[in-house]
Design a protein around this ligand. Structure first.
Ligand code: SF4
Length: 460
């Protein structure tokens, strides 16, 4: 079985009052993490659960929200899987929602089928729920997940006792706790907590099992973690700019990555640009950082269509390209006769940035110099951020094998990439510049997209 990969967001809350509106708002503020499916489950003595195809704001009518009663509940937004999923078990009813990807799901499913389990659709969430149910209690089940699963997951399990929340022992996917006088919550990103006017308490630690109840948080167990491996792509692209993840503001990270790009230009003789501009939305923080370090004027050159969905979270390439076209239109007045430093987070296939460069030149831009915050993407992600394969990665088409280990190799790729996308120049942050700009120890990050090393498999 090909493992299902997905990008998604989870939320859970225990309150002294009915919580459905809070869950609704919580997952609405995580919508950028996945827009194909959404769902909620609440507990009021029994679990009520509803999932939908589509976005939170469009798919939950008022009467349906009134079915979801209770003072505790969980929610989910997703690119690929309908969640939460509810199970009857000897522990009572449980509802499970997770974010991540199980690399060895096929193997685990075959083993469980041999032990008599049936699978509805062989979704990753079924594997997780069945491992927990087989263990007989939630904490032991989560311990079993850490031993059996190869992959990444952040997880919430709704039960009659409260919400169990955990991150895998590497902490790939973010998960953060928040509270106010009457509510205790857990979320993929802090923005959902802040927008519910709650205080952020702290990140869930890798391997930590937390019970969330309406009287507080309780760490039930801390599983051993050999090292951290936070997904570095969260700060460069995935997370919202108003979130803080593992102690680092996303906006600060993007500003630093943009400053690093400007620093490289300064060290290599400077760039004669009239303006620096972002590819919205994720390029904004990078462009502001570039502006701050270089002194080049910041100027928007694209108008963002707020009614279009995020192209990266569309599930097919065709849908992504159509959405990318709908998403941005050129502000011609800002562009004519200008030399533009254009900042974006990453180049995957190269088709979207090619269209952007072409649109700017058609609108009269004199030069377009592309500046990319992430190093060249050389390896597909195994951990649930996208469905990229080697064939989809533009940089891999140039460097068919091996890694980019020197500045001359990076520069060779940059010249090739500029030709491919019709830009006057392209520059990336190298892996070392990228890590330095984030300011997080290299050993605490997953950099597998760039260096090909799956955390935990490093040679000792
Ligand atoms: S492989 Fe890349 S996208 Fe996937 S978890 Fe690691 S850094 Fe993030």
């Amino acid at each position: 079985m090909k493992s299902v990969q997905e990008n998604c967001g989870i939320f859970g809350i225990c309150s002294s009052a009915d919580c459905v509106e809070d869950i609704y708002q919580g997952i609405d503020f995580l919508q950028h993490r996945g827009q194909e499916y959404c769902g909620m489950a609440t507990f009021d003595g029994k679990i009520h659960q509803i999932t939908h195809y589509g976005k939170v704001g469009n798919t939950f009518p008022g009467p349906e929200l009134r079915i979801l009663t209770g003072t505790k509940g969980i929610g989910h937004v997703s690119l690929r899987e309908r969640q939460p999923v509810m199970w009857q078990s000897r522990m009572g009813e449980i509802s499970v929602a997770f974010s991540g990807n199980i690399i060895n799901a096929g193997e685990l499913i075959e083993g469980m089928k041999d032990r008599g389990h049936a699978f509805y659709r062989s979704y990753n969430v079924e594997v997780i729920a069945k491992i927990i149910i087989e263990a007989g209690d939630i904490v032991s089940g989560i311990g079993d997940l850490s031993r059996k699963i190869i992959g990444a997951y952040s997880l919430v399990v709704l039960t009659q006792e409260g919400i169990y929340a955990t991150r895998d022992v590497y902490g790939y996917r973010p998960l953060i706790l928040g509270k106010d006088a009457n509510r205790y919550a857990v979320s993929s990103e802090s923005r959902a907590l802040h927008n519910l006017e709650m205080d952020v308490v702290r990140d869930v630690r890798p391997g930590e099992i937390v019970l969330v109840q309406n009287k507080g948080f309780q760490t039930l167990q801390q599983l051993a973690s050999a090292r951290k491996a936070h997904c570095a792509f969260e700060w460069a692209y995935t997370a919202s700019i108003d979130s803080i993840i593992d102690g680092l503001f996303v906006q600060e990270a993007r500003n630093n990555l943009g400053q690093s790009l400007a620093q490289r230009d300064i060290e290599e003789g400077g760039l004669d640009a009239d303006i620096v501009a972002p590819v919205p939305m994720s390029g904004i923080g990078h462009a502001l950082g570039y502006h701050k370090r270089s002194g080049v004027n910041y100027q928007d050159v694209f108008l963002y269509n707020r009614y279009a969905d995020r192209s990266y979270t569309q599930s097919t390439q065709n849908a992504r390209e159509k959405m990318a076209k709908r998403k941005l239109s050129v502000l011609r007045y800002a562009v004519e006769n200008r030399r533009i430093a254009l900042c974006d987070d990453s180049i995957v296939r190269g088709t979207q940035i090619l269209h952007k460069v072409r649109d700017l030149k058609r609108a009269g831009a004199k030069e377009v110099h592309v500046r990319i915050a992430c190093p060249p993407l050389m390896y597909p992600c195994d951990f649930g951020i996208s469905t990229r394969s080697y064939e989809e990665l533009a940089a891999r088409q140039f460097f068919r094998s091996g890694d980019i280990t020197s500045l001359p190799q990076l520069q060779e790729l940059e010249v090739w990439m500029a030709n491919q996308i019709g830009a006057d120049s392209v520059k990336y942050n190298s892996i070392d510049q990228f890590v330095k700009a984030l300011g997080i120890p290299k050993g605490d990050l997953c950099l597998k997209c760039w260096d090909g090393i799956r955390p935990g498999t490093e040679a000792s």
